[in-house]
Design a protein around this ligand. Sequence first.
Ligand SMILES: [Zn+2]
Length: 314
Amino acid sequence: MSRGVATQLWTHPACLLHDTGPGHAERPERLSAVLEALQGAFPSLSLHDAPRASRGQLLRVHDASLLATVLETKSPDRVQLDPDTILSPASAEAALRAAGAGIAATDAVLHGHARRAFCAVRPPGHHATIDVAMGFCLFNNIAVAAAHARDHGGLERIAIVDFDVHHGNGTQAIFETDPRVLYLSSHQMPLYPDTGRRDEHGAGNILNAPLPPGAGGDAFRATWSRDLLPALDTFRPQIVFISAGFDAHWRDPLAQLQLQAGDYAWLTQALVDIAQRHADGRVVSMLEGGYDLQALREASVAHVAALSGLAPAG
Ligand SMILES: [Zn+2]
């Protein structure tokens, strides 16, 4: 059996304490399910506690006004930032650790301590724009990490691959004028947040592949094979980031795509192959959405198996 490649798992207990309130889809049990599944399937995976992202690291992509909202809102109760997006007393710490996980994981792969990393964190990030927390997201974790690879790591070709069922409007908005960052997304349309049309190209660095409700693995694999992966290969990324949302799974209650765990394994393997060709194998993946616990368990194990080259135990 293969020993796999050096792969780190980043998380922090604070991420479980972000309290969105009763009945909210983006709940702590999501993260518990992912962590239990990954630790059960991959006992050899090294587990690391995320540091806090620094103010300077967040300010690479966010306006100071958003930092003030997330970090300095003082309330003993939950505060609703919009109908979906909740700030609780423990949310600032969770948001700092979620963004910090991406920073630490990026440093680990850039410094050669690991080849791949998966950040099991919440709140998710890809809807957060430069100055607005939205869609369950406070800070844009993947954008903070990508900007770190660019500004601290000095990389000039950074790819962000987003297979969450929702379009990563925040990530696109943050990088749409920066050709050093290529953003590729498949997502259901129509669906929240109603961005990600095929004709949104940014500075030529944005590629969107919307899929209709009901589309399954065949359509998903076809659009990645035809529309997105060739562009990624041509870009020759020096590092590949993944916004890994598992809400395109058929079991997910918030959307209507019909993916199965094997579809996540297939795309992850294709991304690893491209990273091996151009990026010294470096891949940093971060949990985004996914709202069915069984789907989260199956899909995250399939994803990390392909990332790490490890066969799941049991
Ligand atoms: Zn999503």
